[in-house]
Design a protein. Structure first.
Length: 254
């Protein structure tokens, strides 16, 4: 028997804890990347040529990875290969700097929703583990976690580019459960994407709380969610957890 019904709470990041807007088609972003590569000795004559080479390198870099359903590529090796394509022996550090340059140039908004840190701190103070399960590129997300002061907030960080598979795949949720050594019924998923977060968790047997923060990722409510809230309603999340545990306590004691 566990002390809490949900000793592990899984979180999506973007749109759930972090308010973000990016445009990876922005010419300014590709210009920034091309300039960064040039400073390191890798010269591309136009943004168009750079885009084409990057697309080729993404395919090459991930050719040996399992390309099953919900495959997620890792872009970092492709950034490193951009140097080699220009006969420059680029290092991983150079690749990370190039990726971060592109990410910063393509991002026009990056901020925590009010109360995000307080929610994580409260859950941890209650003895729960908080785990990030994000569809993202590690080369972008890990620096952003540091920038936002979230790098020490999570007990574990699971990013789709590292795993080679993305939500709503059952596989990425199962990996989170295995790493936390927890049964699905004792985990809760909190996310803002009805398809990736809520459906994926439900199929895995994990209860999910839906936050409607973006019309592009779902409607006002999610049918398969245990609870739905408008906006980043973290008090609603806490109230749901505490109510669910209070209701479950008599049954567990019996």
């Amino acid at each position: 028997m566990t002390a809490n019904r949900y000793p592990v709470v899984l979180f999506d990041l973007y749109g759930t804890l972090v308010d973000i807007h990016t445009d990876e088609q922005s010419e300014d972003a590709w210009t920034a990347l091309r300039a960064a590569l040039y400073r390191e000795g890798a010269e591309y004559p136009t943004n168009g040529r750079l885009r084409e080479q990057f697309a080729r390198e993404v395919v090459r870099a991930n050719a040996r990875r399992d390309r099953g359903d919900w495959f997620e590529p890792d872009l970092l090796p492709a950034y490193r290969a951009l140097f080699r394509a220009c006969w420059v022996d680029g290092t991983l550090d150079q690749a990370r700097r190039a990726a971060w340059t592109f990410r910063r140039a393509s991002t026009s908004k990056l901020r925590l929703f009010p109360g995000a840190k307080e929610l994580l701190r409260t859950l941890k103070s209650e003895g729960r583990r908080v785990v990030l399960v994000s569809n993202a590129q590690a080369s972008y997300t890990r620096p952003e976690l540091t920038l936002l002061g979230l790098d020490e907030m999570f007990d574990d960080v699971i990013i789709s580019s590292d795993e080679g598979v993305r939500k709503p795949s059952v596989e990425i949720f199962r990996r989170a459960l295995i790493r936390e050594n927890i049964e699905p019924r004792h985990a809760l998923m909190v996310g803002n994407d009805e398809a990736s977060d809520i459906f994926g968790a439900a199929v895995t047997g994990i209860d999910a709380v839906y936050l409607h923060t973006d019309d592009n990722t779902g409607g006002k409510t999610a049918d398969q969610a245990a609870a739905s809230f408008e906006g980043a309603d973290y008090q609603g999340v806490l109230d749901y957890i505490h109510t669910a545990e209070a209701e479950a306590a008599p049954a567990e004691q019996a």
